[in-house]
Design a protein around this ligand. Sequence first.
Ligand code: SF4
Ligand code: F3S
Length: 106
Amino acid sequence: AFVVLDNCIKCKYTDCVAVCPVDAFFEGPNFLAISPTICIDCALCESECPANAIVQQEKVPATQHGFIQLNAELAELWPNIREVKTPPADADSWNGVPEKLRYLET
Ligand code: SF4
Ligand code: F3S
């Protein structure tokens, strides 16, 4: 499965949901999670994310390994998202800020 990583937090552009053929994205207050049981590894979302926050599970950097389990858990907790939304007004200013996990809202 593909995994949403740290840089999605507080950016949440949602371009990714527009291309997912199986609606594998789930929406929290400031982050999206991919369901590993729904994702079919098509890779379409990876290049759509303006924050480069999506990678294949095997390519998750060691420092962000916790996001694999986090995506699985949050996808169970949050509602499905199928349509692109307007990102937060300050999304661009958060793009690239390191270690945003502390800002994750559930
Ligand atoms: Fe959806 Fe494909 Fe991305 Fe998986 S890899 S979340 S199936 S767009
Ligand atoms: Fe997040 Fe990128 Fe999608 S910022 S909401 S993974 S387009």
